[in-house]
Design a protein around this ligand. Structure first.
Ligand code: FAD
Ligand code: NAP
Length: 523
C-alpha cells in the first residue's frame, strides 16, 4: 500500500498490535503488585516474536510462495483455527500461524475466518498496517471481489452518501493571477477552522483534505505547473470558505489546474478514509523524566496540519522490515504562559511526550532516531470535540502516566479560551514522584492561576511521600470531584492504561456523573 494506512476503533481486536489495549491484557505491565488482575504472559508471542517468525523464511501460507486466485467457495473452506484464511480489501491471508500472536485473541480473529473481514477490520483498527504485518501470509487475491471496500466507492455512490447522510456537498474552484493560483473550497459549513484542513504538496501532487463533521472532502490533483514549496491558507469561518494560495514558479498563465488523482473531489465518511502520512524531521529530543522525553518533529514546508485538541496521530517506523504504527498525542512544548510564544515558529512543529519502554517494540526504536532523521506522521484522529468545553465551569482531569498527554492541550485551551471556567483540577496518578511529567510546570501553573489545582496520587511512593497514595478509588474521587456550585456545568476527562480508564468511568457513573459529562480517551 502507498501512504494510506488504517484507523482505530473500539471493542473487538482483530489483527491488532499491542498498543490498542495497552498494556495488553497479557502484558507484564499489568502484573502489578496490589492484587489487581494478573494474566500470565504467553512466552514468545509478542509482536516482535511474530515479526521474527514471519521473517524466518518459514512457509506460512502452505503454498510455498505461490500466489493464487481465491474463489469465494475456496475462501469459505478455510474456516478453522489451524486452517484460517481471511480476506481484507480483496487480498486473502492465511492467518493460522498468526493466531497465537493476535493480542485480541484467537476468537476475535476467528470471527472473520473463511470470509471477508474488511468491515470488521475497519471497525477496529483501520490504522494497523496489515499488509506489512501479514506480508508472508498472503495467499493471493480474490478471484471475484467479495465486496467493494468502502472508501473506494465509485463517484456516483459517494455523491449518494453525501446527499443522504453527510453534509451538503462541498465544492471547489480556482483562479489565478500572474504569480498566484488560488484554490477555493466551499464547505458550506460554519464550524470550519484552520485545523479542519490538511494540505500536503509533494512534487506535483497537491492534496487538501477538509474535515467536515464526520466526513472528509478531498481535493487531489496533479498540478499542471510547478509551484513554490510554501503556500498560505485562510479560512473564512462564517461562510466556511477555505482559500489556499499557491505561488507559481513561473509567471505563465495556466490553462487548467491539473489532472485529478485518486479520490479527487470525493466526500466520504472519515472512518472509511485511509490515513495519509508525511515525513517529519526530528528536531530535538529532551529528557522530561527518567523514562519520558519531549520529541519535537518538524512538518515538511509544504504541509499544513494542525492537530486538533484532544486528538492523536500515528507514527510509523519500519522495524525489522515490518511497518509498525502506534498512536501518540501531540502536546505543547510547555504548559506555562511565558512560553506561550514558542521559541520555534508555531504550526510547523509537533511536540510529543513519549515514555520509552526498554522492552517495548516501538519506543526504543523511536528513541534511537538521530536528530535530523525522518518519521512518517499521519493525519489526526480522535473523537474529542472542542465544543464539549463550551460553557464548562468545572473541568476535572484524571490522568495516569502518559495519559496526561491529551490533558495538556485541553488544560491550556480551557484556561485561555473558556470564559465560563471557574475551576480546573488535575488528579495525576503515577507510580513514583520520579514519574510525574512536568511536575514543576504544573506547580508553577497552579501558583500562577488560582483556577488550577493539581493533586498527585502515587501507587508506589517512597516512605517520605506525604501526599495521596493508592489507585483510582471511590474515596479518592468523591473527595476530589467537588463542584464549584451544585449545578455547575462539569466536564470530566480521563486517560491512562485501559483498565484504569475503564474503572474510572465506572466509578464516575457510580458517582452520578452522566455520559455527557465524561470524556474518556481510549484507543
Ligand atoms: P510495547 O511493545 O507495546 O510494550 C510496552 C510494554 O509492555 C513493555 O514494557 C513491554 O515489555 C510490555 N509488553 C509488550 N508486549 C508484551 C506482551 N505480549 N506481554 C507482556 N508484556 C508485554 N504513549 C506515550 O508515551 N505518549 C503519548 O502521547 C501516547 N498517546 C497515545 C494515544 C493513544 C490514542 C493510544 C491508544 C496510546 C498512546 N500512547 C502514548 C501509547 C503508545 O501508543 C504505545 O502503546 C506505547 O508507546 C508503547 O509502545 P511500545 O511499542 O514501545 O511498547
Ligand atoms: P504507568 O506508569 O504504568 O501507570 C500510571 C499509574 O496508573 C500508576 O499509578 C499505575 O499503578 C496506575 N494503573 C495502572 N494500571 C491500573 C489499573 N488497572 N487500575 C488502576 N490503576 C492503574 O502508566 P504508563 O506506562 O505511563 O501508561 C500510560 C497509558 O496511557 C498507556 O497504556 C497508554 O497507551 C495510555 N495512553 C492513552 C492515550 C489515549 O489517548 N488513549 C494517550 C496517552 C496514553 P501501578 O503502579 O499499580 O501500575
Amino acid at each position: 500500500m502507498s501512504d494510506s494506512g488504517q484507523s482505530p476503533g473500539q471493542g473487538s481486536r482483530m489483527l491488532n498490535v499491542p498498543s490498542q489495549s495497552f498494556p495488553a491484557p497479557s502484558s507484564q505491565q499489568r502484573v502489578a503488585s496490589g492484587g489487581r488482575s494478573k494474566v500470565p504472559l504467553k512466552q514468545g508471542r509478542s509482536l516482535m516474536d511474530w515479526i521474527r517468525l514471519s521473517k524466518s523464511g518459514k512457509d506460512l501460507t502452505g503454498l510455498k510462495g505461490r500466489l493464487i486466485d481465491v474463489t469465494e467457495e475456496e475462501l469459505k473452506k478455510h474456516n478453522k483455527k489451524e486452517d484460517c484464511w481471511i480476506c481484507i480489501r480483496g487480498f486473502v491471508y492465511n492467518v493460522s500461524s498468526y493466531m497465537e500472536f493476535h493480542p485480541g485473541g484467537e476468537d476475535e480473529l476467528m470471527r472473520a475466518a473463511g470470509s471477508d473481514g474488511t468491515d470488521l477490520f475497519d471497525q477496529v483498527h483501520r490504522w494497523v498496517n496489515y499488509e506489512s504485518m501479514l506480508k508472508e501470509c498472503l495467499v493471493g487475491r480474490m478471484a471475484v471481489k467479495p465486496a467493494i471496500p468502502k472508501g473506494l466507492l465509485p463517484k456516483s455512490q459517494m455523491t449518494d452518501i453525501s446527499t443522504k447522510e453527510g453534509p451538503s456537498s462541498p465544492s471547489y474552484d480556482w483562479f489565478q493571477t500572474d504569480s498566484l493560483v488560488t484554490i477555493v473550497i466551499y464547505t458550506k459549513q460554519k464550524d470550519i477552522h484552520l485545523d479542519s484542513i490538511i494540505i500536503d504538496h509533494q512534487n506535483d501532487s497537491f492534496r487538501a483534505e477538509t474535515i467536515i463533521k464526520d466526513y472528509s472532502y478531498l481535493i487531489h490533483i496533479g498540478l499542471s505547473h510547478e509551484v513554490q514549496e510554501d503556500f498560505s491558507v485562510q479560512v473564512v469561518e462564517n461562510v466556511g470558505k477555505i482559500e489556499i494560495v499557491l505561488k507559481k514558479t513561473e509567471n505563465i498563465s495556466w490553462k487548467c489546474l491539473g489532472h485529478p488523482l485518486e479520490k479527487h473531489n470525493s466526500l466520504i465518511p472519515k472512518k472509511d478514509t485511509g490515513l495519509y502520512y508525511r515525513k517529519c524531521q526530528l528536531i530535538s529530543k529532551e529528557d522530561v523524566t527518567h523514562d519520558t522525553k519531549l520529541f519535537c518533529l518538524m512538518l515538511p514546508p509544504s504541509t499544513h496540519l494542525q492537530v486538533p485538541i484532544g486528538q492523536h496521530v500515528y507514527l510509523k517506523l519500519t522495524i525489522t522490515g515490518t511497518e509498525i504504527v502506534k498512536p501518540y498525542t501531540p502536546v505543547f512544548d510547555s504548559l506555562l504562559s511565558e512560553f506561550k510564544e514558542p521559541v520555534l515558529p508555531n504550526n510547523k512543529y509537533i511536540y510529543f511526550l513519549i515514555k520509552i519502554y526498554p522492552a517495548g517494540l516501538f519506543t526504543p526504536e523511536l528513541d534511537h532516531l538521530q536528530i535530523g532523521d525522518f518519521v512518517p506522521v499521519s493525519n489526526p484522529e480522535g473523537n474529542f470535540k472542542i465544543s464539549k468545553l463550551q460553557e464548562v465551569e468545572d473541568l476535572f482531569l484524571l490522568a495516569a502516566g502518559t495519559g496526561f498527554t491529551p490533558m495538556v492541550k485541553i488544560l491550556k485551551y480551557a484556561l485561555i479560551n473558556v470564559p465560563s471556567l471557574r475551576k480546573v483540577k488535575l488528579m495525576f496518578f503515577n507510580k513514583t514522584e520520579d514519574d510525574i511529567i512536568w511536575r514543576s510546570q504544573l506547580e508553577k501553573l497552579a501558583f500562577e492561576d488560582e483556577r488550577f489545582d493539581v493533586e498527585y496520587v502515587l501507587s508506589a511512593p517512597t516512605s517520605e511521600w506525604k501526599g495521596k497514595q493508592g489507585h483510582i478509588s471511590p474515596a479518592l474521587l468523591s473527595e476530589f470531584l467537588n463542584r464549584s456550585s451544585e449545578k455547575s456545568k462539569v466536564l470530566l476527562c480521563i486517560c491512562g492504561p485501559t483498565p484504569f480508564t475503564e474503572q474510572g468511568i465506572k466509578l464516575l457513573h457510580d458517582l452520578n456523573f452522566s455520559k455527557d459529562e465524561i470524556h474518556s480517551f481510549t484507543a
